[in-house]
Each structure stands twice: as structure tokens, then as C-alpha cells.
Design a protein around this ligand. Structure first.
Ligand SMILES: Cc1cc2nc3c(=O)[nH]c(=O)nc-3n(C[C@H](O)[C@H](O)[C@H](O)COP(=O)(O)OP(=O)(O)OC[C@H]3O[C@@H](n4cnc5c(N)ncnc54)[C@H](O)[C@@H]3O)c2cc1C
Length: 293
């Protein structure tokens, strides 16, 4: 039999983890299920470089800006680990990414029952009659084949900037300036990756089967309501919420941790309001297909 849920979350990074916590704190998680393709919780694991720190104050954790009394706060995590005093004495509000990752893992473990790990969402299809959409079918792959690539070990050039990049016959020659010593040197490499920012996933690529149902602004961008719900045509009943990819409607913090606690609370409230009004289905919302028991 196909499992049915009121709401489904794709992925279980900090945003949906914050949402799971917000729902749990409202006594609500029974109706929501999250699917995460990683085998266990991980926050950009391959970027947990030693000494790399969080770029925001630790009070911008999963909950504090929504509810400073929540037991899921970073401060409570430190307390439970017996590290609160040590951390205060560090006189920094910017923990290492490694420590923050441990905090996120600790929080994820506390709401583990709502998430299926090793489950990749590979498609979301509308379910209904003719033009009318009543629910969404979410296709999930578990135990799929994983493709790996190999890299050389990472060397981090601290306090340095790239001065020049020259195309060479079998690679690239970079001139790297060490700002602390005031010296420059050349480095031959196979390729250069400019990690100067990253593009959010497009909702059209993520949900191609639904793309035609989303309302657009004059530049063709999806219209996102104040509660992070995509505006759809009237015949489309399920609600699709975006956590990320909303810079054009909700501002720059859309992809940052800064927004997750408050946004999760607002989405949880919106889901509740929809339930009170008798709406079903959110994407979170839907009917789950293919191999979900
Ligand atoms: C290296 C790095 C450092 C950062 N540091 C900071 C910082 O210090 N402060 C800050 O505010 N922001 C930072 N950011 C920005 C970052 O966007 C947020 O930290 C945070 O990761 C956003 O959480 P998220 O849950 O929205 O997205 P993600 O963390 O990207 O989580 C998305 C999750 O969805 C899963 N997923 C994706 N597609 C599917 C699918 N089809 N099926 C199932 N699962 C799927 C992924 O595996 C992943 O676990 C950083 C980003 C990077 C890359």
C-alpha cells in the first residue's frame, strides 16, 4: 500500500531539520515525513575543514530566533555536552563548522523518527483529475547506485589571493599572492574552480512535472507567498513550500542559516492553518510513491 502523509520534506539539511523541530515542538510531526538522500545527517561534510568557522553568530541556530527557550538551542547542546563553560571562555560566538555540525547531528538524532535517510526524491508528480491537482506523488529511490569521483588531498592556501590565471597547454598557471608574507609564487594546476558563490537549485529543475502550475512574475520567476508557499493556479490544491531559492521574494538571507529558525516556525504555522481550513497535501504535501512503505 502506498504510504500517505500530509506533508513531505525533500532533504534534511538545516532548513528542514529546523522545520521538523518546529513541528515537533507544536506536537505535529506525525503528519510529516522527510526524505534525505544521504545515509545519515550531514551538513556539507566535505567542507568541514579544520578551523573553518561558522559565518553567523551561534544564536542563529535552529531555534533561538523563533523560540529562545527551545531545548534544541546551540547553548543547550553545549550544556548537554558539558562544554558550556569552556565555550563561554573561548570568547567567540562563531563556533567551528565541525562543532556546529556536531550540534546539527545532535539535533537531528533527537528528531530521527521523522526522517528516512538513504532515500532520494527523484520525482514529484501531480495526482488528480484532469487539470485539478489534489495531491502529489513523490518518487523515491533507496539503495541506489552512487557515483564517486577522486580528488587529490586538499591544500588550503591561507591569507592568499589569486593574482593571475594563465591558460597553459596542459593546464593552468596561477600566480598566488601570500598576503601575510607579501610574496607571490606560481602554481601549475590541471583546472581552476572559482568557488565564489553558488547557485540555488531551480525549482523548475527540481519539480519539472509541476513547473507549469506555478505563478510567475514578469521575469518568469516563481511567485513565493509570505509563508514561503509557491503561488499556483486555483485547480492546484497541494501546497509547495520553498526553503531556499527565495532571494527574489524574501531577501538575501534565504540561503543562510540566519533564516532557518524563524522560517521553520512560519511554515509550521502555515501548515497548521491549512489543516484547520481542511486543505490536504503539502510538499511538503502529498502521497508518496514508489517503494515507500
Ligand atoms: C561550505 C558551506 C558553508 C556554509 N556556511 C554557512 C554559515 O556559516 N552560515 C550560514 O548562514 N550559511 C552558511 N552556508 C549556507 C548554507 O546554505 C546553509 O548553511 C545551509 O546548508 C542551508 O540549509 P538547507 O537545509 O537549506 O540546505 P542544505 O544544507 O543544502 O541541505 C539540503 C539537503 O537536501 C538533501 N537533498 C537534496 N536533494 C535531495 C533529493 N532529491 N532527495 C533527498 N534529499 C535531497 C541534501 O542531501 C541535503 O542534505 C554554507 C554553505 C556551504 C556550502
Amino acid at each position: 500500500m502506498t504510504a500517505r502523509y500530509d506533508a513531505i520534506g525533500i532533504g534534511f539539511g538545516p532548513s528542514n531539520l529546523a522545520l521538523a523541530i518546529a513541528l515537533e515542538e507544536r506536537g505535529d510531526t506525525g503528519r510529516m515525513r522527510f526524505f534525505e538522500r544521504q545515509e545519515c545527517f550531514g551538513w556539507h561534510r566535505d567542507m568541514l575543514l579544520p578551523d573553518a568557522t561558522l559565518q553567523v553568530n551561534h544564536l542563529k541556530d535552529l531555534v533561538t530566533l523563533r523560540d529562545p527557550r527551545s531545548s534544541f538551542s546551540f547553548v543547550n547542546y553545549l550544556h548537554e555536552q558539558g562544554r558550556l563553560i569552556d565555550d563561554i571562555n573561548l570568547t567567540t560566538s562563531f563556533p567551528t563548522r565541525l562543532e556546529f555540525h556536531d550540534y546539527l547531528q545532535w539535533a537531528a538524532a533527537r528528531v530521527a523518527p521523522v526522517c528516512d535517510y538513504g532515500a532520494e526524491v527523484v520525482g514529484v508528480r501531480p495526482v488528480g483529475d484532469g487539470d485539478r491537482v489534489d495531491a502529489l506523488a513523490v518518487d523515491i529511490v533507496r539503495g541506489g547506485v552512487r557515483e564517486s569521483v577522486e580528488t587529490d588531498s586538499i591544500v588550503v592556501e591561507n591569507v592568499s589571493r589569486v593574482e593571475r590565471v594563465v591558460d597553459a597547454t596542459d593546464g593552468v598557471t596561477q600566480t598566488i599572492r601570500d598576503e601575510s608574507r607579501g610574496t607571490s609564487r606560481e602554481l601549475e594546476v590541471d583546472a581552476v574552480v572559482f568557488a565564489t558563490g553558488y547557485e540555488p537549485v531551480s525549482v523548475d529543475d527540481l519539480l519539472p512535472a509541476l513547473a507549469g502550475r506555478f505563478a510567475r512574475d514578469e521575469r518568469g520567476r516563481v511567485i513565493v507567498e509570505r509563508d514561503y508557499r509557491l503561488r499556483t493556479d486555483d485547480a492546484f490544491a497541494p501546497a509547495v513550500y520553498l526553503q531556499g531559492g527565495t532571494e527574489h521574494t524574501h531577501g538575501l538571507t534565504s540561503s543562510l542559516l540566519s533564516a532557518v529558525a524563524v522560517r521553520a516556525g512560519e511554515i509550521a504555522e502555515s501548515l497548521d492553518a491549512r489543516r484547520v481550513r481542511g486543505h490536504r497535501g503539502a510538499l511538503a504535501g502529498a502521497l508518496v510513491g514508489n517503494g515507500v512503505s
